[in-house]
Ligand binder design. Structure first.
Ligand SMILES: NC(=O)c1ccc[n+]([C@@H]2O[C@H](COP(=O)([O-])OP(=O)(O)OC[C@H]3O[C@@H](n4cnc5c(N)ncnc54)[C@H](OP(=O)(O)O)[C@@H]3O)[C@@H](O)[C@H]2O)c1
Length: 233
């Protein structure tokens, strides 16, 4: 069974993934902003927080991490007409949604090179493919960046048994989905999802669990869409 560092483990998709991975017998080292409930505290709005988290996680699992799951994220609106809010939202979104994930991927790749391989799972978003609302350019840009980063890692390190996957959920039933739905017209948006409902956090968690241990190596570099066919490509 694997030692797995999972960010954003307190709520939503991350909490469901923590449950699924633990039930599968893995040792999960979880993170949230404030910590508590056995989670390591790390606020990715602050530069260097991901570096400290990596070291703390390593000490919790005898110096070996097999899988990194970058799941923590924020979805915060910014009006382009408000220059200060726009700049602040871009900086915060990129720091939390992309830079922290990049920092952890950097540690993971170097670590995996020393132990003979490992897996990275980056939770991006459908927005990374198709864009987002006028108040969420930054979010879509961060998630699109995450997709490109994941592909770069997959292509660069597959020969060293380092595998990298992205997941792109659409609306998923969490606190963040409530914000999404409210920001874009509520129930009317469900009409845009052929499946007729948003995804359950457990569905995304099951995909994370599968990618963490069972997905074949040849899948590396892939992006798995989980969106009820609301965006097919
Ligand atoms: N829900 C959706 O519809 C949806 C759709 C597409 C993609 N996603 C992606 O899926 C992932 C999980 O989403 P979710 O809906 O489960 O989110 P959520 O319920 O809002 O939970 C977010 C998680 O990220 C952590 N987090 C928030 N701000 C942080 C910060 N500054 N530093 C470190 N950690 C922070 C939270 O920790 P605290 O509890 O301590 O705040 C929490 O564990 C995100 O990357 C999101 O972009 C979600």
């Amino acid at each position: 069974m694997a030692n797995i560092l999972l960010t954003g483990a307190s709520r939503g998709i991350g909490a469901a993934a923590r449950t699924a991975l633990t039930a599968a017998g893995h040792h999960v080292i979880g993170q949230s902003t404030a910590g508590g409930d056995g989670l390591i505290a790390a606020d990715f709005a602050h530069a260097g927080a991901a570096d400290v988290l990596w070291e703390q996680a390593l000490t919790q699992c005898d110096g070996r991490i097999d899988v990194l799951v970058n799941n923590a994220g924020v979805f915060e609106a910014a009006d382009p007409a408000d220059a200060d809010a726009f700049a602040a939202a871009w900086a915060r979104s990129l720091a939390i949604n992309l830079q922290s994930a990049a920092d952890l991927c950097r540690h993971a790749v170097l670590h995996f090179q020393s132990i003979g391989g490992g897996r990275i799972i980056n939770v991006a978003s459908r927005a990374g493919h198709r864009g987002d609302s006028p108040k969420h350019w930054h979010y879509a840009a961060a998630k699109g960046g995450m997709l490109a980063m994941t592909k770069s890692i997959a292509r660069g390190y597959a020969a060293q048994n380092i595998l990298a996957f992205s997941i792109t959920p659409g609306f998923t039933m969490t606190g963040m989905a409530d914000e999404y739905l409210a920001s874009r017209g509520g129930d009317k948006l469900l009409a845009d999802i052929p499946l007729g409902r948003v995804a359950a956090a457990e569905e995304v968690a099951e995909t994370i669990r599968w990618l963490a241990s069972e997905a074949p190596a040849s899948l590396t570099g892939a992006t798995l869409d989980i969106n009820g066919a609301s965006y097919v490509r």
